[in-house]
Every structure is written in C-alpha cells, then in structure tokens.
Design a binder for this molecule. Structure first.
Ligand code: COA
Length: 158
C-alpha cells in the first residue's frame, strides 16, 4: 500500500518540495501567477521559495501551516491550513504522477483531523468548476459545494 505522510514544512523540506513541483507540476497548479515567460524559470523558482517562506516559515509573516506530502518517502505535493477566527481554509496540490491514487483523499483526511484538533468550527476550500478531481475529493469529505460561475467554494462544519 502507498505510504502517505504529512511532514511540517521547514527549510530542508522546502527544497525537496520545489524539486517535486518542478519535476511534476505546472507553476499555476502550485503557486500564484507571476508575469514572465511560462514554465519553471529561475524567477518562478525563487518566487515559489519566497512564497512559502513568507506564508509559512517566517514567524513575522506566517499566515498558514504547510506540510510536505511524502509518498513512499518522496516529496510529492503540499497541503496547507490557514486559520481566520474559527474558520480554517485548506489547500492541496500533488504532482501529476501521484494523482488519482487516493493520496489526495488521505492527505485531506489528515488536514481535517488537524483542523479539528486545532479547534476550528468550519473547514473551507476553493477550487474551479472544471476541476473534477478536487470537486469529487471535497464532496467525498462531506463538504457542501457552492458553485458561482467558475468558482467553487466548499464548506464543511466540523
Ligand atoms: C485535486 C487533487 C488534490 C486530488 O487528489 P488525488 O490524489 O488526485 O485524488 P484521489 O485519488 O484521492 O481521488 C479523490 C476523488 O476524486 C476522484 N478523482 C480523482 N481524479 C479524478 C479525475 N481526474 N476526474 C474525476 N474524478 C477524479 C476519485 O475517484 C476520488 O473520488 P471517490 O472517492 O468518489 O472515488 C489532485 O488531483 C491535484 O493535486 N490536482 C492539482 C492541484 C489542484 O487542483 N488542487 C485543488 C485543490 S482544492
């Protein structure tokens, strides 16, 4: 059976996460859009590192907790929780080579546990109308989906 582990992000695992993203995902799947030529340019790699340092690693600016998702001992994606009051927002991405094997479902179950343990009252996540895997994953967790045009907002009371 596939071994799936969530490890809190730190400086060492951030380097492994970037490698996994470059090898197995598109920039738009794993980080906010950045102007410039497409693909994993040096600027985009630097922005990926800066994004995670700012949002998770630097205590002065951190707004979320991020985990590296290791699949059979190799970094394969990331999961995150961002709390605002008693609402916690989740996000997840996986490299293409591990999608569709139940890893997302298992990682989301761990996020849900972490959200409950942290005392959140509501779990939310967003995706797009065309993202069938994410929609199915969220419905499978018991979330209610609200579709507004291309935006899909999922909510689960904990
Ligand atoms: C969205 C994502 C995290 C799902 O993880 P995953 O490991 O591929 O999904 P799983 O294999 O755990 O499957 C979860 C459910 O989605 C379904 N599913 C998986 N891939 C699918 C696809 N391409 N089309 C339709 N349904 C799909 C599975 O059958 C399963 O449903 P079930 O439990 O009812 O059988 C992953 O595909 C991904 O990283 N995509 C790119 C980034 C992204 O879109 N993130 C969105 C965050 S909300």
């Amino acid at each position: 059976m596939t071994d799936v582990r969530l490890t809190p992000l730190d400086g060492g695992s951030l380097a492994r996460l970037l490698e996994a993203a470059v090898a197995d995902a598109g920039p738009l799947e794993v980080m906010p859009p950045l102007d410039g030529p497409p693909g994993w340019t040096p600027e985009r790699r630097a922005a990926f590192l800066a994004f995670h340092r700012r949002r998770s690693l630097d205590p002065a600016t951190a707004v979320e907790t991020t985990w590296v998702i290791d699949v059979d001992g190799r970094a394969a994606g990331a999961a995150r929780l961002e709390a605002a009051g008693d609402v916690v927002e989740a996000g997840i991405w996986l490299g293409r080579s591990v999608r569709g094997r139940g890893v997302g479902r298992r990682a989301m179950a761990e996020l849900l546990d972490a959200a409950r343990t942290g005392g959140a009252a509501r779990f939310v996540a967003s995706t797009t109308a065309g993202n069938a895997a994410a929609r199915r994953l969220l419905v499978g967790m018991g979330a209610e989906l609200a579709v507004r045009g291309d935006d899909v907002d999922a909510t689960l009371d904990l």
